[in-house]
Design a protein around this ligand. Structure first.
Ligand code: TPP
Length: 379
């Protein structure tokens, strides 16, 4: 027995009165001990067949979207694309778990979630094409811009959700991050604020194993990333991130809990980034082919197909319709991205502040003069 042991045994009963005492036993907040699974388990039989088929359709279309966008980067038609190939279950389930009144706060890897939420598939790629603007109306779609700085979208989600709660609107905000994002200060501040304010927020961490070349083992010593919830006083859930039905169920519960005033939830979805970080990365430099191959066997579309077949829900028509829709979308992407967009450099200054600052006005005037001078030269 050491002096420190005494601290553990005496802490709660002998705690001094006042505001510093722990308010609840943290043990009930400990995350799931194993990832939640639905597909291939008895729970699949209780799942809504229409939902499973809808998830399948979205997965197939989503995979094709990822493939086509990646190809467009190779042709120089798209500046950068952080593919969510292999992570489509998280992407489509996140979009489906939200209602129309809710808000999504995505990261740069979550274009597919934005599209699955109903934003035009081409508009959703505007930022990644090199435009200064988001390309879609965040207010109309209740979808924040894709966040390039890691985890900054998390405090934004908390702020919006808290404001909505104060206004009495039954809005839930769901924010998506990567495993690397959970090391950012913004992530921790967001969790703390969300728990203290009891904000209706769901944090979805897609643990895809890597932050560019940094594997999770070098990123975090937490037993699971879901454990990070406990210290802030919210539940942490662990789910198989390639099981679309499980991700949908776990997120659905968390969204409902938040809507009913139950506060925030952190969900860790175990998944894998099958492609490189972006088209600017060579993943073979830091991971083995066998690892990728093993995850391809646990692919979200494979899991869903297998489950649908077992349940007698995979008919020719569904397969054909999903494939046709996917090809039509890919063809539209190719056609639309064939030409370079016409950009107005002056639009750079739009939508920054409601009232442009003096500095921005000066910069805008300077750019306008430079453009006019250039036009004169070419005249
Ligand atoms: C604040 C901040 N720091 C560093 C970067 C550079 N950066 C871009 S992606 C990335 C890795 C992120 O990994 P993870 O959060 O696991 O997400 P994933 O890309 O795997 O979806 C880093 C460090 C950044 N975008 N923002």
């Amino acid at each position: 027995m050491t002096v420190l042991d005494h601290r553990h045994t005496a802490a709660v009963p002998g705690w001094l009165p006042g505001a510093t005492a722990p308010r609840t036993d943290p043990a009930p907040l400990l995350p799931d001990t194993a990832p939640v699974r639905v597909l291939g388990t008895p729970a699949a039989e209780k799942a809504d067949p229409a939902l499973l088929r809808e998830l399948y359709r979205r997965l197939v279309v989503g995979r094709r979207y990822n493939q086509q966008a990646t190809t467009l980067t190779k042709q120089g038609r798209l500046a950068v694309y952080p593919a969510s190939t292999g992570q489509e279950a998280c992407q489509v389930a996140a979009a489906l778990a939200l209602g129309d009144q809710d808000w999504l706060f995505p990261s740069y890897r979550d274009t597919l979630a934005v599209v699955s939420r109903g934003v035009d598939p081409l508009e959703a790629l505007t930022l990644l094409r090199g435009n200064a603007h988001t390309g879609y109306d965040p207010r109309a779609s209740r979808t924040a811009p894709l966040s390039t700085p890691l985890a900054t979208q998390a405090p934004h989600a908390v702020g919006l959700a808290h404001a909505a709660r104060l206004a009495g609107d039954p809005v839930v905000a769901l924010t998506m991050l990567g495993d690397g994002g959970t090391s950012e200060g913004d992530f921790h501040e967001a969790l703390n604020f969300a728990a203290v304010l009891h904000a209706p927020v769901v944090f979805l961490v897609q643990n895809n194993g890597y932050a560019i070349s940094v594997p999770l083992t070098q990123q975090s010593a937490a037993p699971t990333l879901a454990h990070k919830a406990v210290g802030y006083g919210m539940p942490g859930r662990l789910v198989d991130g390639n099981d679309a039905a499980a991700v949908h169920a776990v997120l659905g519960e968390a969204v409902e809990r938040a809507r009913q005033g139950g506060g925030p939830t952190l969900v860790e979805a175990l998944t894998y980034r099958v492609e490189a970080h972006t088209n600017a990365d060579d993943a073979t430099r830091y991971r083995q082919d066998e690892e990728v191959a093993a995850w391809r066997e646990h692919d979200p579309i494979l899991l869903m197909e297998r489950a649908l077949r077992e349940l007698g829900l995979l008919d020719e028509q569904l397969v054909q319709d999903a494939a046709d829709e996917a090809e039509a979308l890919a063809a539209r992407m190719r056609a639309e991205f064939h030409a370079d967009p016409e950009l107005d450099p002056m639009s750079l200054f739009a939508h920054v502040y409601a009232e442009p600052t003096q500095q921005l006005r000066e910069q805008a005037a300077q750019l306008a003069a430079e453009l006019a001078a250039e036009a004169e030269v070419h005249h």
